[in-house]
Design a protein around this ligand. Structure first.
Ligand code: 5RP
Length: 212
């Protein structure tokens, strides 16, 4: 089992705030994400700035693209993103078109996807999925369940690199012990911490303790 990566999600609502966040923790994380909220608020300029700050880090544009895969993918790649996301309800042609433009593509799992869909994503050449507890689901009282863990395991068994996200805290990581998680994606629990650098280090230490 390999050591899961740590990805910071920059869901800041302004670019200046996102830059302020990333300058505190960028050196501690493996992957820098221009979050959906940031992309919607500031567009691809956010990705351009992150690329300028971190020429060598993996940068992901969390576009959750639903259509126009080629255009959105080209915009992300031109701005300097290595990876982008598509929503799981996008069509296979949208996913394939986006995949041609970027180095890698992640399918964001929300709502009513099925393992039959997952097989189609594999056949289309996709290798990464993001298992997501939505903010709104968490706010309505849902939490990580055995059913979530079983689905994550099944996706790993199918050969996907599975990233996990949604309100993650350091204490949540142990729930995934024994599962070959590719990346843990954390946003608020790092960005909003009193000491974001220390918070990122605590995530890393917990990952090392469980998977190292
Ligand atoms: C929201 C997202 C977030 O980037 C992801 O859920 C991580 O954020 P947080 O840890 O704050 O929940 O994709 O759509």
């Amino acid at each position: 089992m390999s050591l899961p990566n740590l990805q910071i999600a920059l869901d800041n609502t302004t670019l200046s705030d996102a830059i302020s966040s990333i300058l505190k923790v960028g050196d501690e994380v493996d992957i820098v994400e221009a979050g959906t909220i940031l992309c919607l608020a500031e567009g691809m300029e956010a990705v351009r700035c992150l690329r300028a700050i971190y020429p060598d880090k993996i940068i992901l544009a969390d576009t959750k693209c639903a259509d126009a895969g080629a255009t959105v993918g080209k915009n992300c790649a031109d701005a300097g993103a290595d990876w982008m996301t598509v929503i799981c309800s996008a069509t296979i042609p949208t996913m394939k078109a986006a995949l041609k433009e970027v180095k890698d593509l992640q399918v964001e799992l929300y709502g009513d996807w099925t393992f039959d869909h997952a097989r189609q994503w594999k056949e289309a050449g996709l290798t990464q999925v993001v298992y997501h507890q939505s903010r709104d689901a968490l706010l309505s009282g849902l939490t990580w369940s055995e059913s979530d863990l079983d689905k994550i395991k099944q996706l790993v068994e199918m050969g996907f690199k599975v990233s996990v996200t949604g309100g993650l805290e350091v204490e949540t990581l142990k729930l995934f012990e024994g599962i070959d998680v590719y990346t843990f994606i954390a946003g608020r629990s790092i960005r909003d911490a009193a000491d974001p650098k220390q918070a990122a280090r605590e995530f890393k230490a917990e990952i090392e303790r469980i998977w190292g």
